[in-house]
Design a protein around this ligand. Structure first.
Ligand SMILES: Cc1cc2nc3c(=O)[nH]c(=O)nc-3n(C[C@H](O)[C@H](O)[C@H](O)COP(=O)(O)OP(=O)(O)OC[C@H]3O[C@@H](n4cnc5c(N)ncnc54)[C@H](O)[C@@H]3O)c2cc1C
Length: 459
């Protein structure tokens, strides 16, 4: 009945019900949930609105899905229902280079926007490491960050307005160009729980005059982390400051031959973008700080090809760990930059206590750690060890004054840990917002808040 009504409204080609089709939508990059009862591939906002209305009539939950690269179970159908996949709504609707903005559909792959803007001397700044596949809709829903958010900010700083479908299937718009409540700010990062994003107006930025990338090698991650704090404390803000430890550098080099030194305990990747005239001065200042903090070696990428290779290695680091174990669990936690050495020590201690191999690759400039715990999911003992170590790391970072997610979001994975950083009153305020947008909890249920929690219950 549900599928038949969807087929009638959107056409058979847009509605998938075969078990082998449904099976792939039970997963995202973090976890697996129930099979959806149907997968819908809309081609327009009107299709989305029609599908949401039918799902409502039939009492089915609605889960929006981009590329499924989310790392907190946000796109999995925790209660079954309808998955709305935006794979066919992947176009740039308008590239307004004169005003440096673009209107895009939610299924557009992140990197495709920068590629399309480049001939006009522009780019889209938010660049999660998954940018080759993840979508702008998913990025808006998770407020994605990435290596360059140190200087450019996260997705919310680049979204100018949204076209949305609400829980009842009505279309509405938000815009930061106009007065009134900043609903754009409220909806970016809402992980599909407040409304479905059907188009986004985003800011484009002018490509910098010059970009330089340097690699500094250190004895250990502590020295590399201290260097990061010292660089920022000196008033220099590079566009990216990324650290990889020895384990990660080895698998990255084996997979990508990116050009990282293999004789170091940790490697710091530094990028500075700006005016050509300033470059030598910044290079000298950053190199001096690295050397004062124990850099063993310092190398500048000499060409675009060398810069690209270094970035390809960094952004492919998580996948490269497939050389070490069949599975990895990536924790996403944030601490004040000065607490990075203590947080890394806690990561190492937890991994050792649970006899797990851990690799660290992280957005050091933001204090955003991503320990990768290696395991084999066919071994229940290892799964248990990874869960325990992940929780210990999270608690240790909160104890250091940090927070439970730097950029991946809350989703299904961390919905019970919000209370580590928010008071009952804080959570009640958030629950009231959800109550306004989605009183029946049809949009991505069981995400961010535990199921059934309303503002009254949070209190
Ligand atoms: C190797 C790897 C590296 C990564 N690196 C980074 C990184 O550097 N920075 C970072 O922030 N993240 C990173 N991620 C996590 C992930 O790529 C981001 O969270 C990304 O924004 C998810 O986009 P997606 O299109 O895959 O969304 P999905 O995983 O499909 O969905 C994510 C969430 O958004 C919701 N959603 C999707 N589309 C819509 C829509 N149209 N309307 C409403 N809600 C919607 C979903 O319901 C879900 O809650 C990485 C992931 C991997 C696997």
């Amino acid at each position: 009945m549900f599928a038949a009504r969807l087929i009638e409204a959107l056409g058979a080609d847009a509605v998938k019900t075969a078990p082998e089709d449904l099976a792939v939508y039970a997963f995202d990059a973090y976890s697996q949930a129930l099979l959806p009862s149907v997968v819908v591939l809309p081609s327009s906002t009107r299709d989305v609105a029609a599908a949401v209305k039918i799902a409502n009539d039939c009492g089915e939950p609605i889960v929006a899905r981009g590329a499924g690269t989310g790392l907190c179970g946000g796109a999995v159908p925790a209660k079954g229902g309808m998955v709305l996949s935006f794979a066919r709504m992947n176009r740039i609707l308008e590239l307004d280079t004169r005003n440096r903005r673009a209107r895009v559909q939610p299924g557009l792959v992140n990197l495709d926007l920068s590629r399309a803007s480049q001939p006009s001397g522009l780019f889209y700044a938010p660049d999660p490491s998954s940018q080759k596949v993840c979508t702008i809709g998913g990025n808006c829903a998770t407020n994605a960050g990435g290596p360059h958010c140190l200087s450019y900010g996260t997705t919310v700083n680049h979204v100018l307005g949204l076209e949305l479908v609400d829980d009842a299937g009505e279309v509405f718009h938000t815009s930061i160009d106009d007065a009134g409540y900043d609903l754009t700010g409220a909806l970016v990062g809402s992980e599909g729980t407040l409304a479905i994003i059907c188009a986004a107006d985003v800011r484009l930025m002018k490509l910098p005059e010059e970009v330089r990338v340097w690699v500094a090698a250190f004895r250990d991650v502590e020295c590399a982390s201290q260097t990061v704090s010292a660089i920022i404390a000196a008033g220099v803000v590079p566009t990216a400051l990324e650290i990889m430890d020895e384990i990660i550098v080895k698998v990255v080099e084996a997979s990508y031959q990116a050009g990282y030194p293999l004789d170091a305990g940790a490697v710091l990747l530094v990028e500075y973008a700006g005016f050509a005239n300033d470059m030598n001065e910044y290079e000298a200042a950053i190199e001096k700080i690295a050397s004062e903090n124990g850099a063993i070696s310092w190398r500048a990428a000499r060409s675009q090809a060398e810069r690209d290779a270094l970035w390809a290695g960094r952004k492919g680091a998580a996948g490269a760990t497939g050389r070490l174990a069949p599975n990895y669990y990536i924790q996403d936690v944030c601490v004040p930059r000065s607490k990075l050495p203590a947080a890394l020590a806690a990561v190492g201690a937890s991994a050792r206590a649970h006899e797990l191999t851990v690799g660290n690759v992280f957005h050091a400039g933001d204090g955003n750690l991503h320990p990768l715990l290696m395991y084999d999911k066919r071994d229940c003992k290892q799964v248990g060890a990874v869960i325990d170590a992940g929780n210990e790391i999270l608690q240790a970072c909160v104890d250091l004054g940090g927070t439970i997610s730097g950029e991946h979001g809350i989703g299904y994975e961390k919905r019970d840990t919000l209370s580590l950083v928010f008071s009952t009153e804080d959570l009640a305020a958030m629950a009231r917002v959800r109550e306004v947008f989605d009183p029946k909890r049809v949009l991505n249920p069981e995400k961010i808040f535990p199921a059934g929690v309303s503002c009254g219950e949070v209190r």
